[in-house]
Design a protein around this ligand. Sequence first.
Ligand code: C2E
Ligand code: MG
Ligand code: MG
Ligand code: MG
Length: 278
Amino acid sequence: TAKQQGRSRFCYFTPAMQESAENRLRLTNDLRYALADKQIWLAYQPIVELATGVIQKAEALIRWQHPTRGLISPAEFIPIAEDTGMIIEIGNWVFHQAAHQVALWRSKHCPNFQISINKSPAQFYSNSDSLIYWLDYLQQLDLSGDSILVEITEGLLLNASAMVSEKLLAFKDAGIQVSLDDFGTGYSSLSYLKKFDIDYLKIDQSFVSNLTANSTDLVLCEAMILMANKLGMKVIAEGIETAEQRDLLMQAGCDYGQGCLFSSPVSAEEFEKLFQAE
Ligand code: C2E
Ligand code: MG
Ligand code: MG
Ligand code: MG
């Protein structure tokens, strides 16, 4: 009714907003115990060399199996972890898990295997995120720096502080490679590509999902691949779901692919079977 509508103009906090705020508060509290309670685990998605079809890397993707709500997407809880600072603890946990996993898979399956981990900007801004500690840990496991790839996003580079630049340089010194994730979605400025030494460019899945011959997205993918190669970067295409998309990307000179065509993200146990199937 008109009366209700009139009143609602002054009601800034709607029931839906209230519910989402309460939901967020609940998740924030639950997240504090999730790690210790072993509700959090890592899924792994293969990254395949397109020319050979060989799995050479895996991206570690975090999963939260909530006791009552079921599986919660990282898109929902990573922002909470970032806002509350819990991302530091979670990020270190991800690193430890990935390091153990890559040590095992290097010794059992593939001596040059790499595991790629996603790193939030908040981890770069924190003092307690200690690269020295990470490197020490790799050494304890007898791993070289190139066993881990770090995925960052364009936003981190756009207004990179001295601290961010120093940390990225320290990665390089340690042999840890860097990927630029979700490329093409963020910013039109490309000047940061000159400033930073990036090893891999990950074409965002939004360019891949509608990829067909003669599509605008194909032109954009070709341009990104050409640019990356000229700048000395390798390219990983995300979200490949069809053989047609894979073939078009391969013809365009894309080096690696990742997506449900090869495998969706799976548990470490399931991933072992992918090695065996090769
Ligand atoms: P991302 O790093 O861009 O990861 C790729 C996302 O695409 C993953 O979503 C993956 O499951 C999904 N994907 C893979 N293949 C396909 C496909 O063929 N089709 C489609 N439609 N999607 C595909 P997921 O696992 O839900 O992760 C979402 C985002 O959460 C990640 O995007 C990443 O930004 C973030 N994230 C995940 N794990 C971590 C973590 O350990 N730390 C941090 N800071 N962020 C993480
Ligand atoms: Mg990623
Ligand atoms: Mg991505
Ligand atoms: Mg993405």
